[in-house]
Design a binder for this molecule. Structure first.
Ligand code: ARG
Length: 572
């Protein structure tokens, strides 16, 4: 049972009785007691009465002692809430017996489509795709754990005018050579060479233009060459996903080209609904509320002046398919913030067309940039965007070196396993532990540090508990009586009980930094507990209880990290 919610449920009727209407009791953790409620202050202002009187009146109405909670008015009119040791111990015992750690599966499972990763064929994945992949993976893991039906969609950029140029370059290079370059992950070299040829040579430009026409017209040889580009790129992306340890698989690719046949219908229907307007030779929708710098209405271009369909039309078709065919009621788009307006307009048009209506809703989970140490967009020394695999390999190498230097006796296999878990974990955690909408600086020292709000800190806390449990020599009894008496034990118990509330919040907010912050607090509180309350040196009941608290902490850390896509290791 989630303590904050329990207290809130108990105080709400008391507040309602005093206020004559519903009031959120605003229960939160307190530095003075276990919890506090601050709602009497605002209510007093509203009723024009002294806040302490209001707080006292609420107390007079509140039924709390049957759940082992005592309350008192404090300061200007706070309610301080203290849970008895016995009640805490009972609640923790309930958690210990629950494989889901107090988090119930959802009572209302939804079909959720998560659109994430979405790199572009024949182009290197960059750090923006890293963020999308990491955040999307966490969303998928969380929502699946909560019992939703999740459809992963990797909206690969596999269509559009650049493919004329790319296919011509492939032909010039020879198929075998091109396939070799691409599957090796030499995507940028390939793309750049195509670009250079295009920019330098008018004949090449003309060939490219004709090639786009052939591609769109379904010419067989052209399609085959295009497939080659797509397949080789996909193969490469899958190696990145493997290294990154995310749940995306080959079955989740559903590129832009998959919607080709639906595009004409989308535009026709918009026309039939009277939403289509010509503008500068193109066909556009002007969703209300979107204006440019000078206040002029902004168009969403669904059909370009050359007759082709672009990115917005594809997203409209995809959205319609996700709601209509997949039956999704929640659509998530994990894409960088620069595309905020694009998605806002796509959603607005889809609503206007009646393709997106309650209960279905769409959310753009936008995110900021990853910056280099100089505080600017991450670039390599040559000024190019940083290659993602390089970044991941560096993380693993650094973490492996660190593991070896701390523990020279590690065998090669174990050092590698730790290096992978910690290196990749550090990258993911650095991303997920800050507010998604903010930029952050990629700082190797900081993200691999064993102290601070980092993956290694949490992984180390986990490994340390596991080592304690191994050294205990006896199995932890899941039904051992819990003793909560010392302040450090109380603090740990209260923190453990907070997991369900944090995960519950996440279901809607998808603000993973809240979970990260929670896990960091939990590990810190555990470390204080471990310092002050002997575990292995305790005896009898106390030893059993503390071992169980330690084991419960380890399980919570592991489950929390797992939701973030981060592995734990048994020793490090
Ligand atoms: N391929 C795009 C890019 O690299 C991202 C696609 C995002 N998803 C979407 N449905 N538009 O920027």
């Amino acid at each position: 049972m989630d303590l904050e919610k329990l207290l809130s449920d108990r105080l709400a009727p008391a507040f309602a009785a005093v206020a004559g209407g519903p009031v959120d009791p605003l229960v939160r953790r307190s530095p003075r007691a276990d919890f506090q409620s601050d709602a009497a202050l605002a209510l007093a202002r509203r009723l024009g009465r002294p806040p302490r009187d209001i707080a006292a009146a609420v107390l007079a109405h509140a039924v709390l002692d049957d759940v082992g909670v005592s309350a008192e008015v404090s300061g200007p009119g706070f309610l301080n809430l203290t849970v008895t040791d016995r009640a805490l111990a009972d609640l923790v015992a309930g958690l210990a017996g629950d494989p889901r750690l107090g988090v119930p599966p959802t009572a209302t499972p939804q079909t959720v489509v998560v659109d994430y990763s979405a790199p572009n064929v024949a182009k290197e994945m960059h750090v923006g795709h890293l963020r999308s992949t990491v955040i999307g993976d966490a969303a998928v893991r969380l929502l699946e754990w909560l019992g939703h039906r999740v459809v992963r969609v990797n909206h690969l950029g596999d269509w559009g005018t650049p493919f004329g140029m790319l296919i011509e370059h492939l032909i010039d290079l020879g198929e075998a050579e091109a396939a070799q370059n691409l599957s090796m992950g030499d995507l940028d070299t390939f793309y750049r060479a195509a670009r250079v040829a295009f920019d330098a040579d008018e004949a090449f430009q003309e060939r490219s233009r004709l090639r786009v026409v052939a591609l769109q017209g379904g010419d067989e040889r052209t399609r085959r060459l295009w497939r080659l580009l797509v397949t080789q790129s996909e193969r490469y992306f899958l190696t990145v996903y493997d290294l990154l340890d995310v749940t995306l698989s080959a079955a989740d690719f559903r590129g832009e080209s998959a919607y080709n046949d639906l595009l004409a219908g989308v535009v026709d229907d918009l026309d039939r609904l009277g939403l289509l307007l010509p503008s500068g030779g193109a066909e556009c929708v002007f969703p209300p509320g979107f204006t440019g710098r000078d206040g002029e209405p902004l168009p969403l271009i669904v059909r370009k002046s050359d007759g082709g369909y672009g990115y917005p039309a594809t997203d409209l078709a995809a959205l319609r398919q996700r709601v209509g065919e997949l039956g999704a009621t929640r659509l998530l788009y994990v894409v960088g913030l620069p595309q905020r307006q694009h998605f806002a307009m796509v959603f607005a048009v889809a609503e206007a067309a009646g393709w997106l209506c309650p209960p279905a809703r769409a959310e753009h989970l936008g995110f900021g940039s990853i910056l280099g140490a100089d505080g600017r967009m991450l670039r390599s020394r040559a000024g190019e965007s940083v290659k993602l695999v390089g970044l991941l390999e560096e993380a693993v190498a650094r973490a492996t070196d660190l593991a070896r230097s701390r523990n020279p006796d590690l065998d090669a296999g174990t050092a590698e396993e730790i290096g992978r878990a910690v290196g990749i974990g550090a990258i993911k955690y650095a991303d997920l532990s800050v507010d998604r909408t903010k930029d952050y600086v990629l700082d190797w020292e900081r993200m691999l540090a064993l102290d601070g709000n980092t993956a290694p800190y949490l992984q180390y806390a986990y490994a340390r508990i596991r080592s304690v449990l191994r050294r205990a020599g006896t199995a932890v009894r899941p039904d051992a009586p819990i003793v909560v008496a010392q302040p450090a034990e109380r603090a740990l118990a209260v923190e453990l009980l907070g997991f369900a509330a944090v995960v519950g919040e996440l279901e809607q907010s998808l603000e993973f930094h809240q979970l990260a912050g929670y896990l960091h607090r939990l590990a810190t509180v555990f470390n204080a507990f471990y310092e002050r309350c002997p575990v292995l040196r305790a005896t009898d009941e106390l030893r059993e209880s503390r071992l169980l608290l330690a084991e419960l902490t380890a399980r919570t850390l592991r489950q929390g990290l797992r939701l973030l896509g981060i592995r734990t290791v048994e020793r490090m």
